[in-house]
Design a protein around this ligand. Structure first.
Ligand code: 1GP
Length: 234
């Protein structure tokens, strides 16, 4: 599957995309079919990943989901161990809001062995962590600080630096379970500056929030927690 080309053309046509995020560590495979049937019809992608996942677990979940769903499966790995050749695509993430070389280049170098002889589509992605109001796992695991929401110019410049360095997507992340999702003001400013598609996630729990995120300029929205525990408000 050519996920990037699809995301790009959807963004150009202003067709909004919705990804459900599956965390392999929390995923109950015996309930996979029910989980998939409960997803909103508008769901266009499945993202798979977590901050810390047991070795081999991602691959099992990818295979299971592949059997049950036709949606494109995109890896969203917390580290190099979460790469499975059975997925369609890989968000090749650099944590560009942070200054920790481990997540800017080290994990990427270590992942090459797992990637190079596969048919995984590699999508260079600039990953920007934004303060979501509580200490999130990405912050803890990556040992980097999220960008404060009021630093709009810095956030826009970080996203543009990502684009200029060749990232094909920018992902604004408030952290899984964020109390405060990325503000509409930030999304609007980043979208206006960027020429590449914009992904937004973290703390989106209702249809109303989802629509606001789209209206502000997100091309693809990621929802994990609210779908995982069935608490999404329609
Ligand atoms: C986390 O952006 C995603 O990486 C989704 O966050 O679990 O809060 O929906 P939630």
């Amino acid at each position: 599957k050519e996920c990037f080309a699809e995301i790009l053309s959807a963004a150009k046509e202003n067709k909004k995309l919705l990804a459900v995020l599956v965390d392999p560590d929390k995923f109950d495979e015996s309930k996979a079919a029910i989980f998939l049937s409960n997803l909103p019809e508008e769901t266009t992608h499945i993202f798979i990943g977590g901050s810390t996942v047991a070795e081999g677990r991602t691959c099992e979940v990818v295979k299971r989901l592949k059997n049950l769903s036709k949606l494109p499966l995109i890896l969203f790995p917390g580290d190099h161990s979460q790469i499975s050749a059975h997925a369609d695509s890989l968000l090749f993430l650099s944590l560009i809001s942070g200054r920790n070389p481990e997540y800017l280049i080290e994990q990427q170098v270590r992942s090459v062995k797992k990637i190079k002889n596969t048919r995984l589509e590699i999508i260079p992605t600039g990953y920007i962590l934004i303060d979501g109001g509580k200490k999130c796992t990405v912050h803890k695991v990556s040992n980097t600080f999220p960008l404060p929401q009021h630093e709009i110019e810095n956030i826009v410049n970080t996203a543009l630096a990502g684009q200029y360095s060749g990232k094909k997507l920018i992902y604004l992340e408030a952290g899984s379970g964020a109390e405060i999702p990325v503000s509409e003001e930030i999304i609007r400013a980043v979208k206006e500056a960027l020429d590449i598609p914009l992904i937004v996630g973290g703390g989106i729990r209702s249809e109303q929030q989802l629509q606001k995120t789209y209206e502000a300029g997100a091309d693809l929205v990621v929802i994990g927690t609210a779908f995982e525990n069935g608490s999404f408000q329609n």
